[in-house]
Design a protein around this ligand. Structure first.
Ligand SMILES: [Zn+2]
Ligand SMILES: [Zn+2]
Length: 298
């Protein structure tokens, strides 16, 4: 059997992307990855020239690589790191993000939930909601607030295909129609919410990991100690088994959702008002975060 050759330079390939029917050497993998990101951004009208992007960075491979690629593609992209106040995990992830920003001379904004009076361990203890749902809502609130105050046009997150497809699968299994009308890789600015984009949503987790390793980007590998990773991991594994048997299924599953299902359930956020305390969008007079701050204050 002959060697597998790179599509572009005919050198020996180091990877075979079955769902794209593409064999690539290391160098051409990097350029393929960056060009593909650019194509996704254009295809979904995610970022226009001159717009300012705020990238939500956690210290993980997806968000750091996204920041790196956006800069390489010459977008104006600053980073936002939210220090969740979760012991060693937050300390380590913050170190990675600070180091990355410094190395590449990038502008980073840091929000400390401890200083805000609502570190995750405290709010988790004082309310009966799950840590992950609390953390998700708090992060969304600060991404939006910081973007609005800093005059950013767009918020970008590093969600990959495995994240999106596994979350879709688990919500389809429970027929969560609210979810089915709210998830899209681009959400336009609406009702006080900034525009949100996920430029990596077509890349599998493995594809992002390979890019991160080839670029020698140092990232935190640990999962959050509160993470409800078990069920998410299960769905990811399940989808990868299907993918193994039938390459391309994962991407098709997600793209067909975007094309066929999302338009049927899409809703307008028309009932939104502004929180009377902080001005952020809210369905009630006082938003979730401000009422949370009231609850945990001693
Ligand atoms: Zn090549
Ligand atoms: Zn508020």
């Amino acid at each position: 059997m002959g060697k597998i050759r790179c599509r572009f330079c005919k050198e020996e390939a180091f990877i075979r992307l079955k769902q794209h029917r593409l064999n690539l050497c290391k160098e051409h993998y990097l350029s393929w990855f960056e060009n593909y990101t650019q194509r996704t951004i254009r295809e979904f009208n995610m970022i226009k020239e001159g717009e300012r992007v705020l990238v939500a960075v956690s210290g993980g491979k997806d968000s750091l690589s996204l920041w790196f690629v956006l800069k390489r593609l010459n977008y104006q992209a600053d980073g936002l790191y939210i220090d969740l106040g979760i012991g060693e995990y937050s300390k380590k992830s913050k170190e990675k993000v600070l180091k990355f920003a410094k190395e590449h001379n990038l502008k980073l904004i840091v929000v400390s939930l401890k200083e805000e009076g609502i570190p995750i361990p405290l709010v988790g203890e004082k309310t009966n909601r799950s840590y992950c749902s609390l953390c998700g809502r708090i992060k969304r609130y600060y991404f939006n607030k910081v973007a609005r105050e800093g005059g950013y046009d767009i918020l970008a997150t590093g969600h990959n295909l495995d994240d999106e497809a596994s979350s879709l699968l688990s919500n389809v299994l429970s027929w969560d129609l609210k979810y089915l009308g709210s998830k899209f890789p681009v959400l336009e600015e609406e009702g006080g919410f900034k525009k949100k984009v996920k430029p990596f949503f077509k890349f599998s987790e493995k594809e992002v990991l390979i890019y991160t390793l080839l670029r020698k980007i140092d990232f935190i590998e640990e999962e959050c100690p509160y993470s409800e990773g078990a069920s998410t991991l299960f769905y990811k594994k399940l989808l990868n088994e299907v993918e193994e048997r039938s390459p391309g299924t994962k991407l098709r599953f997600y793209l067909d959702y975007l094309r066929k299902v999302y338009p049927l359930f899409k809703k307008k956020r028309e009932d939104l008002k502004s929180c009377i305390l902080c001005g952020e969008p809210s369905y009630k007079e006082v938003c979730f975060i401000c009422s949370l701050k009231g609850k945990v204050k001693v």
